[in-house]
Each structure stands twice: as structure tokens, then as C-alpha cells.
Design a protein around this ligand. Sequence first.
Ligand code: SAM
Length: 279
Amino acid sequence: MPFNGGSQIRVWIPLVIPSRSSDHVPPVPDKTHHDQLAQTRTGYDQWAPVYDCDANPLQALEQPRVRALLGDVRNQRILDMGCGTGRHALWLATQGAQVTAIDFSQGMLDQARNKQGADAVTWQVHDLHEPLPFDDNTFDTVVSGLVLEHIRNLDLFFSEAKRVLIPKNKSGGESGGESADESGGGGDGQLVVSAMHPALFLRGTQARFTDPTTGQLITPGSLPHSISDFLNAALKANLHLTHISEHQPDQFFANQFPRAEKYIGWPMLVVMGFEKQNR
Ligand SMILES: C[S@@+](CC[C@H](N)C(=O)[O-])C[C@H]1O[C@@H](n2cnc3c(N)ncnc32)[C@H](O)[C@@H]1O
């Protein structure tokens, strides 16, 4: 997906909360955790066949930022948490990474598996509200794109991401991590996470799509986390914050992704980088 625009926000203070826009979607009612999971999984199963076809401005804003933060991924073992149709996982594989990609929507995974290059990735069904099915210190890098709004247990998400990461610059034999020992080199210890900016909830916006066959508006269900919720969960997991940036579309970007027009100057995206340090 080409990217040619969008700007980074330096300071954002919500002085005025605007009135609800016409596309306002009501917030998720107080569902049980089980009901919420079912809504999210079913919603993405329904979205899967057209997920890649709707010129999603959030993905376009996010992709170059996440790629830049990931840097050189050659020969890295990378976990993609909530991989969807494989946007990040497939690209990472083309860059020479050894990628494992997990998601709980069979529909999204089916789309991913049918794409060119999918054989290079290990795809796995997994609910991120359960502990990850991997040993400690397995991956050099963990990435997760646009998933956090669906995750109720942020503490588990961040602590599990940290657990499976090989600490930064860990060399063989220091603390007994299997994979680090085998690689003989230093781990990257990097977690890169992007999320729909919580400020979008102030506009009544959440993940949604219109089913082209029925015309029905489908909402997989989003939780109105704040940025401090993300950071506190990461801090609790003892991850070290290395990067945080907030991004808004500008006119140039909106010319390419017209759905972003109404958000010009409004934060749509937050990107965070963390390290698991070797201490
Ligand atoms: C907005 S999509 C993003 C997909 C992909 N990461 C990307 O950026 O293109 C969110 C994804 O998170 C997945 N997801 C949501 N809740 C999940 C959970 N509890 N366990 C695993 N995957 C989940 C959905 O199935 C969906 O594929």
C-alpha cells in the first residue's frame, strides 16, 4: 500500500469534544467477556473477504511507521500478534524474517493463507486472551498492528509479548534462553505495537465495515482504552518504552484516502515501541 502523507502530532490536547458525527457507532455495551470475544471473532470472520478492499486509511497511515520502527528484520524470528489477513506478516517474510502469525479469526487467517508468499509464514489460530503457545525467549521481535482496541486484558497481552521476546542483545548462554543460544547472536528484544488512537472514540468511531452483501453495518466491538492504559500495562510488564508517536492525516493524505478527510488534524493512530532489556 503506497503512503505519501499524514503528519506526526507533537502535542494533542482535546480542548473540545465535538458533537457526534453522523457515522457514530454506539460504544460496546457492557457485554460479558465471552460475548465480546464472540462478537469480535464473528465480526472479523465476516469482514475477512473484503478486509483488504476498503482503502482503509488507518492501515495506510500505520504501515510506513511500523515498518520504519521495525527496521532491518533479516533473519529475525518475529511473532505477529493479531495478524489478520497477513499485512505485516507477509511483508516481514519478504524481508527475510522467519515469521509466526497468530489470530483468532479463522476467516482472516484463511485470507492470509491464500496470499502469495503465505507458505513462508507459520499461521496459527490463537486467542490473545490466553497465554501465548510459545516458550520464553522465542522471538527477536514481536509486532502487533491495530489489535489493542479488541483486547480486554492488556496486562496479559503485554506480559506475554515480553515473555516470548529474547532480551535485547542477549548473547548465548547468559540466561539460558534456548533460541538465543542457538542463534549465537543478540536478540532485538523489540515490541512494536500500533493502535487506533483512543481519540477516535471521542468521534464515536470504532472498527466497523459495511457488509457489501447485506448492507449491514458490522462492528466487531472496540474497547475504549486510553493511551495510559496501554503504557501502564507495558510498564507493569517491565517493558522499556523506546518510542511513542501519534499521527493524524493531512490534506495530502486525505486526497489519496478520502475516508480520512473528516479526520484531518485529528489523531487517528498511536505507534509504540518497547524493549525487553537484558536485566
Ligand atoms: C484491525 S485487524 C488488524 C489485522 C492486522 N494486524 C493488520 O494490521 O492488518 C484486528 C485483528 O485482530 C484480531 N483479534 C482481535 N481480537 C483478538 C483476540 N482476542 N485474539 C486474537 N486475535 C484477535 C482480529 O481477528 C483481526 O484480525
